[in-house]
Design a protein around this ligand. Structure first.
Ligand SMILES: Nc1ncnc2c1ncn2[C@@H]1O[C@H](COP(=O)(O)OP(=O)(O)OP(=O)(O)O)[C@@H](O)[C@H]1O
Ligand SMILES: [Mg+2]
Length: 338
């Protein structure tokens, strides 16, 4: 557990839902609905890192975009408990949006695409400060303070993004995120595009900054191995829904959902075990367009029964804040990490 984690809830997400209508033909008639995010709820405590994992297309980025108010959800509430004020993100406007930009920051997957190539590193990092109305002089001072926090010398200030390595570019992305002293940073696959050799460095830098600045994170990744060392709690998503959420321990060593098992085993054993059982997930995630009734994971689940194809399971509390969306949670013999 992170040393700065507290019991105070910082962000509360309730029944967050984002549907995209699909239109077809020249008349753009309605042809279905993409259930990108379907009734997702979770909270992030102050000083906590929540890992969000799941395969491509399961809705992780959509959740992130709703929290950052880059898109409007179809329904649901997102509340940020900021100092002295509670901000309702989905309905915030005007001055509240400006406050939100200060408290919430984002780190992107592809640091090259997210940094303007025509701007110097100094100007890129200063930009969120200028947007908050801080003078250029003060902004420059603040940039000189955060560069070393992100592990960069102050001379980097005059460089351009194309003059940096991938790892250095992501450090610039991190410096820009922390420059306004945010409460929460949403990091959407911040190391996926980086060389394996620098991934651990960037994760360690984020951990160090969390301790030092008391930051909270939502850390998004495809697989469990990347979030293991940084997350206090982990939410596993499948086809727009959370299927399991709990502490790192609950998700790694007391896991109860077959999808979590498959995600974990695909990292631990890429080849079949001695009994010839392959845990690598076969088949694609079913289409999120008008998803089937019943459990969304049933078509790929090695334990699926008739009930699973007919009845959609609820997210049930299995004790100690460990929530699992499976009819047979607690009854299955799953392989767990040690
Ligand atoms: N603007 C949009 N219009 C229609 N469908 C969309 C739109 N944006 C996202 N989707 C769909 O919503 C679903 C969730 O997408 P999202 O980007 O949130 O997934 P993700 O978990 O971040 O995937 P990845 O791991 O590949 O980044 C996908 O099926 C995607 O095609
Ligand atoms: Mg994504």
């Amino acid at each position: 557990m992170s040393e700065v984690m507290t019991d105070k809830v910082l962000l509360q997400v309730n029944d967050l839902t984002k549907f995209y209508p699909i239109q077809q033909g020249l008349s753009r008639r309605a042809a279905g609905t993409v259930h990108a995010v379907d009734s997702v709820s979770f909270e992030v405590k102050q000083g906590e890192c929540l890992g969000l994992v799941g395969e491509s297309g399961c809705g992780k980025t959509t959740v992130a975009r709703c929290i950052l108010k880059l898109i409007e959800p179809t329904s649901g509430q997102i509340t940020l408990h900021a100092p002295q004020t509670d901000l309702e993100i989905t309905t915030a406007d005007g001055k509240e949006v400006r406050q939100l930009r200060r408290w919430l920051q984002m780190i992107f997957q592809d640091p090259f695409a997210s940094l303007d190539p025509r701007w110097t590193v100094g100007n890129i990092i200063a930009e969120p400060l200028i947007a908050q109305g801080i003078s250029r002089r003060e902004a420059e001072q603040r940039v000189a303070e955060v560069l070393p926090l992100a592990g960069l010398g102050t001379h980097f200030s005059n460089r351009y993004p194309h003059e940096l390595s991938g790892g250095e570019r992501q450090r610039v992305g991190i410096a820009r995120a922390i420059v306004v002293n945010p409460l929460l940073i949403v990091a959407d696959e911040p190391v996926s595009a980086l060389d394996v050799s620098v991934r651990a460095q960037i994760v360690n830098l984020l951990l160090e900054l969390q301790e030092r600045l008391g930051l909270s994170y939502i850390f998004i990744a495809h697989d469990l191995s990347i979030v293991k060392h940084i997350s206090d709690r982990i939410g596993v998503m499948y086809l727009g829904q959370i299927v399991e959420i709990g502490s790192r321990d609950q998700v790694f060593t007391q896991l109860m959902h077959p999808y979590t098992e498959a995600l974990l085993m695909s990292v631990l054993t890429p080849v079949p075990d001695e009994r010839g059982i392959s845990y690598v997930l076969e088949g694609d995630v079913p289409s999120p367009i008008n998803p089937p009734t019943g459990c969304r994971f049933a078509s790929r689940c090695r334990f699926a029964q008739a009930q699973c194809r007919e009845q959609s399971p609820d997210l049930r509390d299995m004790g100690g804040g460990h929530l699992v969306r499976c009819h047979f949670a607690g009854e299955l013999e799953l392989i767990r990490a040690n």
